[in-house]
Design a protein around this ligand. Structure first.
Ligand code: PAF
Length: 291
């Protein structure tokens, strides 16, 4: 099927009427992205296509989720390559690429914003204030424009996925969220648009983050002591120290309750997750592992 590319709301609306002549309600799966697509994104698009009659992929670098010191201007914009990558999937259902300009999405200053759950101020939020306010605001706006029945978010950005799930539930949005697994290089490095900033040497070192998560997960699985904040903190600190000794600047390694991410797990049987963010040179990577 040919790819349809649109950058205006009108064109997107017209496409909807073109495709919604089905007798059964159309399943429209939406994959929001900031572009610079890699195999991880393409995997999400394939997952979307398995669940739907039509897929919309948005490419939009959302200024609202970047702090003034962050890499908004440096963020790679690679629309032509992204379109080629989507075409290479050769999906049999129609894919629409929605690549709005800033003026299309924010014709006026976006003064109304989503205030997410306080969990948004922890982990990523403690290093990137207002990040999830910006993410949730653009995602809700995109949901209102695209009107999907299904949306696909990757598990790599676990805190984002969790908050979007809560937003869908608390605002009773009629949308099914599909979770995409994290794709990794053969050495374990999670695929990310930011990997392209890594030097050759850093690339070789970058899988240490995932290896450390695996080590901490192993320790957690074999830890027979009763769960308490002190024992979790000790494991977190050990992991941080191990990465620092290898030259990383660590923002956090955090053991959290699943699915809330709101605090330490209360019981041994509670599903757990370990989340991490750390910098190698100038490149900040995030990852997580379920325990
Ligand atoms: O995960 C991303 O790429 C972005 O945070 C998203 C969901 C597209 C919102 O800008």
């Amino acid at each position: 099927m040919p790819l349809i590319i649109t950058d205006t709301l009108d064109a997107l609306e017209k496409l909807k009427t073109t495709y919604s002549s089905h007798s059964t309600p159309e399943r429209l799966a939406f994959v929001p992205t900031m572009g610079n697509l890699h195999a991880g994104h393409l995997n999400l698009v394939k997952l979307a296509a398995e669940q739907a009659d039509r897929v919309v992929v948005s490419l939009f670098v959302n200024r609202l989720q970047f702090a003034p010191h962050e890499d908004f201007d440096r963020y790679p914009r690679t629309q032509e390559e992204d379109i080629r990558a989507l075409e290479s999937l050769k999906l049999t259902i129609p894919i629409t690429v929605f690549a709005p300009s800033e003026h299309t999405l924010y014709p006026n200053t976006q003064s109304f914003r989503i205030q997410p759950d306080p969990m948004a101020d922890t982990l990523e939020g403690s290093f990137r204030p207002k990040f999830f306010e910006g993410v949730c605001t653009v995602v809700l706006k995109l949901f209102n424009i695209v009107k999907p029945t299904h949306v696909v978010f990757g598990k790599k950005d676990r805190q984002q996925l969790t908050l979007i799930k809560q937003m869908i539930s608390q605002f009773a949005l009629p949308i099914i969220l599909i979770e995409g697994e994290t794709l990794r290089d053969s050495d374990g490095l999670a695929l990310s648009s930011r990997n392209r900033y890594l030097s050759q040497n850093e690339k070789m070192q970058a899988s240490q983050l995932y290896q450390q998560l695996c080590t901490t997960a192993h320790q957690l699985r074999h830890n027979n002591s009763a769960p308490c904040p002190e024992s979790f903190q000790a494991l977190e600190q050990e992991a941080v120290a191990a990465l620092i000794s290898k030259g990383w600047q660590v923002d956090y390694i955090a053991i959290r309750d699943q699915p809330s991410l709101a605090g330490y797990p209360a019981e041994r049987s509670t599903p757990m997750i370990i989340l991490a963010a750390a910098k190698l040179g100038n490149t900040r990577l995030i990852d997580n592992i379920e325990v």
